[in-house]
Design a protein around this ligand. Structure first.
Ligand SMILES: Cc1cc2nc3c(=O)[nH]c(=O)nc-3n(C[C@H](O)[C@H](O)[C@H](O)COP(=O)(O)OP(=O)(O)OC[C@H]3O[C@@H](n4cnc5c(N)ncnc54)[C@H](O)[C@@H]3O)c2cc1C
Length: 419
């Protein structure tokens, strides 16, 4: 497919939302991006930078899983058996983050909260230490650099830690604030010329190929290429032929935000409660604490297969606080600022769906499950390449959107019922 858009920049659709202007009944674009989470916004930004006329449809940008996400950029700590390709993909995406975040801030003047301070993964008891040891072997088999620390060394690195048996230190790991990131991405996409329509895509327009979409308030977007990145709800857009529809299930995650109080600020001159992301195993249960520059500490997260349920439960909050306190007793001094739940877009094999679907012109970029924030820079570059050249780069081959098409899927009942 030839490069589209660069020669037609002057026909760009106006920015109609957020500027107070009326929404037109019909808009034409090279690319319609459905969904403005971290994935859709990053793709829209990169595609607009490459001269494509991009329209983004989303009634509430950044409100999906991205809003709940902790923003850990930790491919090594997330490494799992049989997920070598995902580990490599995550590591490659992490390598792009410093430039990605710097470019965003340069383009918009907005912060992203990006920090490359590393991860310390600790074990609470000897059984947890045995599990961590197994994980160290896995990481090492993937070629990852991990430093093994004794309990005492862990406490020297993180003075707020309670007693632990030992840990693993990864110094390249990073974190970002997903809420700041989506605000910056939306601003950058607009600055690069993308149009955001604050409407939900109701129905895909398609014959032999995708032709755009009809939005909730009656606007029609005509586009030769449509990128479906509406998180777990990507499975619910009308008009998508069954063979092209992404196979997704929502995986609930509860997560907490704690902040320093006046008393804790007075007691410590540094706003940072922890020096780096802390992940822990507490009697087999996983928990993490992600410190932000302003002193906020994000504590996450549950992983629950409950369909599209976003109830924050007493049990979820209790479990997170219990395990976080077992590692860092001082967290009980912090203000309880927020408890939230989000729905991760999970595929049957827990890896993303990237690239052309069975319907020509319909591109999938969804299913990033636990790591969409981490995977956004690389996903965006690869999908922008596809949109401009018609060729999906080899780096995305393992995550082909069509790889699961022939397999049965047990989670269709998890599709959202809202319209
Ligand atoms: C508790 C929790 C913690 C997490 N922590 C991390 C982490 O530390 N690091 C990490 O990398 N990942 C993390 N994740 C995973 C990460 O949040 C997701 O993988 C990522 O946000 C997926 O991004 P997305 O853009 O695909 O989807 P979403 O963020 O869900 O965005 C989808 C967007 O589509 C819009 N939409 C839905 N339907 C339509 C429609 N019909 N028309 C138009 N728009 C529509 C929604 O409004 C939303 O804005 C976490 C997730 C959770 C729940």
């Amino acid at each position: 497919m030839p490069a589209k858009g660069a020669q037609r920049r002057e026909q760009r659709a106006p920015t109609v939302n957020g500027s107070g202007a009326a929404t037109p009944r019909s808009v034409t674009a090279d690319v319609l991006v459905i969904g403005a989470g971290v994935i859709g916004l990053a793709i829209a930004w990169r595609a607009a930078q490459r001269g494509m006329r991009v329209v983004i449809a989303d009634p509430d940008p950044g409100s999906g899983a991205t809003h709940a996400a902790a923003g850990m950029l930790t491919p090594v700590a997330e490494a799992a058996y049989a997920e070598r390709e995902l580990f490599d993909f995550g590591s490659a995406s992490l390598r792009r983050y410093p430039q990605f975040a710097a470019e965003l801030t340069e383009a918009t003047g907005l912060p992203t909260g990006f920090r490359q301070t590393g991860t310390l993964q600790v074990a609470h008891d000897v059984d947890d230490m045995a599990a961590l040891h197994e994980h160290a072997l896995l990481r090492e088999s993937f070629g990852a650099q991990t430093e093994r620390l004794t309990g005492r060394e862990c406490r020297a690195a993180e003075p707020m830690l309670g007693p632990v048996c030992g840990g693993l230190l990864v110094s390249d790991d990073a974190s970002v604030d997903p809420r700041l990131l989506t605000t910056a991405l939306l601003a950058a996409a607009r600055a690069a010329g993308a149009t955001h329509l604050r409407q939900r895509a109701r129905r895909l327009l398609a014959g032999d190929s995708a032709a755009g979409a009809e939005l909730d308030e009656g606007t029609t977007v005509a586009a030769g290429q449509v990128v479906l990145c509406a998180g777990w709800a990507s499975a619910a857009i009308e008009g998508v032929p069954a063979e092209a529809a992404p196979r997704l299930r929502p995986v609930k995650g509860q997560i907490l935000r704690l902040r320093p109080t006046a008393a804790t600020r007075a007691a410590s001159p540094s706003p940072s409660f922890l020096n780096r992301t802390l992940r822990g195993l507490v009697q087999g249960s996983s928990v993490y604490l992600v410190p932000r520059q302003d002193g906020e500490v994000v504590v996450g997260a549950t992983q629950e297969e409950l369909g599209a349920d976003t109830t924050v439960t007493a049990g979820g909050v209790w479990q997170l606080l219990r395990d976080a306190r077992a590692l860092v007793p001082g967290i009980t001094e912090l203000e309880f600022a927020e408890a939230a739940a989000g729905l991760r877009p999970g595929t049957p094999d827990n890896a993303p769906l990237l690239g052309p679907s069975a319907l020509p012109g319909l591109v999938l970029a969804t299913g990033h499950f636990r790591a969409g924030v981490l995977l956004a820079p690389l996903t965006a570059d690869l999908i922008a390449d596809l949109l401009v050249t018609g060729i999906l780069p080899a780096a995305a081959a393992a995550f082909s959107a069509r790889r699961l098409a022939a397999q049965p899927f047990e989670h269709q009942d998890a599709a959202p019922s809202w319209r």
